[in-house]
Design a protein around this ligand. Structure first.
Ligand code: NOJ
Ligand code: CA
Length: 719
């Protein structure tokens, strides 16, 4: 360090220190456009923060700190040792995403605290203020009296200003697969939801006033507020306990088997707590703050990570037409000690080849096969340690022949590893499982954690499992395999760090319409404001046959029109998208299937056109490296007209708009499969007005018009 700078540094310290002590009485402020953060230490030495948006209070003064198992007061009696500030403004390119370039701009404030009482433990809090919100995290610096410690409770508060309208699911330690309830904060009580669930997930929600994040709210003053976390790693997921009269939320961490929350070492840190706020709902969906708070990836070669569309031997099991298991339970052995086939096994070589042919003939990149490996006879609900073998196919699944056949057709095979919650067993088999994938040319895997977790007493969203999912992502990256995780904790933007972790389920997917009471039409208008805030969801859209699933109750049906199923490829973001229905159901509707064939899975640009949580969403996206745009518009149970000015189109270009819309008499309940496909000429001056049926939607493919298109199609005129 040059001498002059050194002197400057000391000078700054000399001037800074007295000023800081003086400042501790007043709030320290950080401002970025409309967002203002105030940080202070109160008389008891408890750090706190408050947030304003455009002069309006969003978070009232809210306390920060912890109860550690060896010190229940690690939230008070602090003095301010130092503060530092930093401005950051750069752009970065995600490996895949909704846009090709992301601006990361924030003002940062770090406060360094020391407890006055002996032994004078240190705590830092880092705040970053973005133009759409705030992130903050706790850091535990290296120090003699805090080496290894246990978090009994995190005490972070988010004190709100009123009885906001809230879109919430119960604070469950093991699943996010709930329907959303819309209620005022004062009405939050999850007892009923946890009791009446009709599905297969494990449920552990002991606190009736707890909810999960991302928590979406619309304030009594009309502000849209989203609370979540970013960069969840080596820490449990944060849920929120709701004080229904004070409108105060408190961090409630998912415990381990003994009730402890987190085991940490100094230096150590928590994930970021995030508050995103705007007076416009579309800005919440535009936010990149959660992603920006994650670390850049350390993977140097990412060329093997490929967004893709896939079909799968899957929906036939979900709808009861075929089984995952090859034999019936209990395992029935023939004279030679082999399994006796039950005749309904979906993952047989001939059936898999049918899907490979379908993918090859339709330009679909990949085929997922579930139920290919030993273990499915007795896989669910038994809390057993060694259920699955991840390298042993069933006798009728010829892995060598399937690998050869898929390769000859240019189709990628997707591996499936269901663990039935036995994470320890999966870790024992991880190396051989990934070597098996490498050996047979599988470049991606869908994992799953149905059932109670082993190690016993751990939860899906606790620290142990958070670390497990990350270990799997890391191991997968080492083997150049991408992952799609079902039943993990919900994402927190970690795909910036692990771009091979391409999607998660961690929410109530389309499959619930097959095996449970389903999800009402508003469900998909809430997901982008909640579950999707942290990252892509493997929602499995694209169901064309809406009713009459073979093996299950005949009254089960999708809560959607067919056109809405198409729109979901645009409104539910994921770089891996399934065409979830059976090949025969697509073959029966080749004109509608054309949209699934055409739609992109990686994007240069995204425009959120209109959005209101619980009511509707319209999004336009531009295909990466290409000239096409795709639009998805969806509505809840109410019909509506989506108004879409095409101002984002290239001004010098005429386009053909292929509109896949609901037929005039369509509605999700009584006439869900009625659709209408029309093509028109449009340009950047056109405003589309698309009529959406109750529970309906519309999908649009916009592509530059050729000379013959210009002759063939009429100019679009809004009706
Ligand atoms: C639940 C997953 O969400 C589903 O996609 C999968 O088919 C089953 N588990 C079996 O692994
Ligand atoms: Ca609604």
């Amino acid at each position: 360090m040059p001498l002059l700078k050194k002197v400057g540094c000391y000078l700054a310290l000399v001037i800074l220190v007295p000023r800081l002590y003086a400042q501790s009485a007043n709030p320290l402020t950080v401002i970025m456009n409309k967002v203002k953060l105030e940080v202070s230490l109160d008389a008891a030495g408890t750090p706190s923060y408050a947030v304003q948006y455009n002069g309006q209070q969003v978070i009232r003064t809210s306390k920060l700190g912890f109860a550690l198992t060896d010190d229940s007061t690690f939230y008070k009696d602090f003095e301010l040792l130092n503060t530092s500030r930093r401005s950051f403004n750069q752009t970065w390119q995600p490996v895949w995403g909704e846009v090709n370039t992301i601006r990361e701009q924030y003002e940062e404030l770090t406060i360094n605290l020391r407890q006055r009482k002996a032994p004078g433990r240190l705590l830092n809090i880092v705040f970053r203020v973005f133009d759409d919100g705030v992130g903050f995290r706790y850091e535990f610096p290296v120090q003699p009296n805090l080496k290894y410690f246990v978090v009994a409770n995190e005490l972070t508060q988010f004190n709100l200003t009123g009885d906001h309208r809230t879109f919430w699911i119960p604070g469950d330690y093991d699943t996010n697969e709930y329907l959303y309830t819309t209620s005022q904060l004062s009405e939050i009580d999850n007892t009923h939801m946890v009791k009446t669930s009709t599905d297969i997930a494990v449920r552990t929600a002991p606190d009736p006033q707890s909810v999960q994040t991302p928590l979406m709210m619309k304030s009594t003053e009309g502000l849209y507020i989203n609370i979540h976390e970013a960069a969840l790693s080596n820490y449990p997921a944060m849920q929120l306990h709701v004080d229904r009269t004070g409108y105060a939320l408190t961090s409630s961490l998912v415990p381990d088997a003994t009730g402890n929350k987190a085991y940490l070492h100094a230096p150590g840190k928590t994930p970021w707590r995030t508050i995103i706020v705007s007076d416009k709902a579309v800005d919440i969906l535009n936010s990149k703050t959660i992603l920006n708070l994650n670390e850049p990836t350390s993977l140097t070669n990412t060329s093997w990570i490929k967004p893709m569309k896939f079909v799968g031997v899957w929906w036939e099991m979900q709808t009861g037409k075929a089984t995952w298991n090859y034999s019936n339970f209990p395992d029935s052995a023939d004279a030679a000690g082999g399994l006796i086939p039950n005749g309904t096994h979906g993952a047989n070589t001939a059936n898999v080849k049918r899907y490979i042919d379908f993918a090859a003939n339709n330009g679909i990149d990949a085929v997922l096969v579930e139920g290919w490996n030993r273990g499915w006879e007795d896989w669910f609900g038994n809390w057993k340690e060694n259920v699955f073998n991840f390298t042993t196919p069933y006798p009728d699944f010829d892995v060598r022949e399937i690998t050869r056949y898929a390769a000859s057709k240019g189709v990628t095979m997707i591996m499936h590893n269901e663990t039935s919650g036995s994470a320890t067993d999966y870790e024992r088999q991880l190396d051989t499982a990934f070597r098996f994938m490498n050996g047979f040319g599988y470049t991606s895997v869908k994992t799953g954690y149905v059932g109670k977790i082993i190690p016993r007493g751990e939860h899906h969203d606790g620290q142990w499992m958070v670390n497990h999912y990350e270990r799997v992502a890391q191991k997968a990256a080492a083997h150049q395999v991408t992952i799609d995780v079902h039943e993990p904790m919900r994402p927190t933007g970690q795909h910036r760090t692990w771009p091979n972790w391409m999607a998660s389920e961690a929410g109530r997917g389309n499959e619930y319409n097959a095996f449970s009471i389903g999800s009402p039409p508003e469900h998909e208008t809430i997901l982008p404001f909640t579950r999707l805030m942290g990252g892509p969801m493997d929602y499995t859209p694209g169901i064309f046959k809406m009713k009459g699933y073979a093996g299950y109750a005949p009254d089960r049906q999708m809560h959607s029109t067919l056109a809405k199923q198409l729109a979901l490829y645009v409104t539910i973001y994921s770089p891996v998208q399934m065409a979830a229905d059976l090949p025969e159901n697509y073959a029966a509707r080749p004109d509608a299937f054309q949209f699934i064939k055409d739609v992109a899975v990686d994007w240069d640009d995204t425009k959120i056109i209109e959005a209101e949580p619980g009511d509707y969403i319209t999004i336009a996206r531009k295909e990466k490296g290409k000239t096409s745009w795709f639009i998805g518009a969806i509505t809840d149970e109410n019909s509506r007209t989506a108004t879409i000015p095409l101002t984002f189109l290239d001004k010098a270009q005429q386009y053909v708009a292929v509109i896949y819309g609901d037929a005039p008499d369509a509605d999700w309940k009584n006439n869900p499969e009625a659709y209408k496909i029309e093509s028109f000429l449009v340009n950047s001056a056109t405003t589309l007005k698309l009529k959406l049926a109750p529970g309906g939607g519309a999908a649009v493919h916009l592509k530059p018009a050729t000379a013959s298109d210009l002759k063939q199609y009429k100019k679009y005129v809004a009706k």
